[in-house]
Design a protein around this ligand. Sequence first.
Ligand code: PLP
Length: 496
Amino acid sequence: MSYNKTPSITAETINPKVKIFNYEPCGEIVRYAERLQQEMDENPGSLPFPEIIHCNLGNPQALGQRPVTFFREVLCLCDNPALLNKDEARALFSPCAIRRAQRIINSIPGKETGGYTDSRGVKSLRQAVADGISARDGYPSDPDDIFLTDGASSAVNMMMQILIRSHEDGILCPLPEYPLYSASIILHGGTMVAYNLTEDRDWSLEIFEVKRCLEEARSAGLTVRAMVVINPGNPTGQVLSITNQEEIVEFCRKEGLVLLADEVYQDNVHVENKKFHSFKKVARSLGYDETDLSLVSFHSASMGFYGESGRRGGYMEITGFGHDVKDQIYKVASVTICPNIAGQILMSLVMDPPKLGDESFEIFESEKEKIHSSFWKRAKTLEKAFSSLEGVSCNNIEGALYLFPRLHLPSLAIKAAEAEGVSPDVFYTHRLLDATGIAVVPGSGFHQVKGTIHIRCTILPDEDKIAAMIPRLKAFHESFMNKYRGSEPYMKDLRR
Ligand SMILES: Cc1ncc(COP(=O)(O)O)c(C=O)c1O
């Protein structure tokens, strides 16, 4: 029998939607940093820096953040329930971790963490999340509105699958954006309707701009179904004011848009004068209930002081949808059978942490406080360093984990980038990494406004690493600017 030896599936013949989108935070710069790391491992001392500093990743524990003790104790006990009956456990684990793990294990089918669960997640864990939301907002939350998910990303994907019917369906998304949104819209065959955040007003969200984009999209024949808001923002670091949130709620209600509220950085507000308010709370305090607004809120165990990104814990709370729609979402969730159990447990712990009077409360609070105050210190140090660079303006970080400085590069640098066939931000970030080992993400990965040049830098490397990188960053930037102004040769090796 003859057969065709050439593969019938090639990169040319795969689903074209897959080829269109880019996911820069995990893209080229990561692979380039890996190649440099390999070079350093194989030939120590061959590169002009002692180590790679990953300011590209929003990945707390991979960058040295320690896990929260209470969370890990509960996870450990849930995975080893036999320990619960051993005397030694009392010496190793806090009594409230033991009680919590016992309660969780008793509520999981088969009392083991290795089985499939309900596709929305274990009921008692959804109840814990719902209770946490009610305590946070002061408005009730129903466990049947909660879908536990493998991180917020899979919840966002699920909602795009539900909402997008064809290319004629549009989803309003902020620019700059976290590229999960453009990627999932493209993959599900919809159209992204971008609205710009206003950089010179601290990346604020102006309703007139969203309205303009909505009207333009409608006159182009699109049916706009939803509006994505990321609060606190990635990569922009802004925290919306409550008045602004009220405007957004009013807008979505009036225009019949589903509000997709990405609230994964809700525990990362760094400034005293801003506070996180969930969109659900804002809507309810305006007197709007389920019949007025369709709202999906996304949260995650990945970010902030818990930083358990590899555990893939997340949830979405779905309100203002009929039972028929919720049944369909349930069906979509059931295609992957269930979210992973460690992620489910973690998400319940994030929303229902130790309380005053619990044995773990003090240590939990002190771990949280330590990470928060260090985030603040690191954010301020980096903000100051970027602002001190020639031709660089840097946003004041209010929340989330990133700075998004804007670069004004000499025209010769822009021409040199063009000659290489790359955008100026890619040109700059590659040279920065080459010369200093500092990895940041080019702003084009977040679909920055055309004609602007940004880089995204996470505040997650520890304080020592940040202190070590700043002189390198400054020396590189000065050398880069001098070269492309034509005044001095560029030094690739800053040790010389
Ligand atoms: C704004 C935003 N939304 C969603 C996610 C995805 O989070 P998860 O790890 O829960 O999928 C991230 C991760 O960086 C993010 O920054």
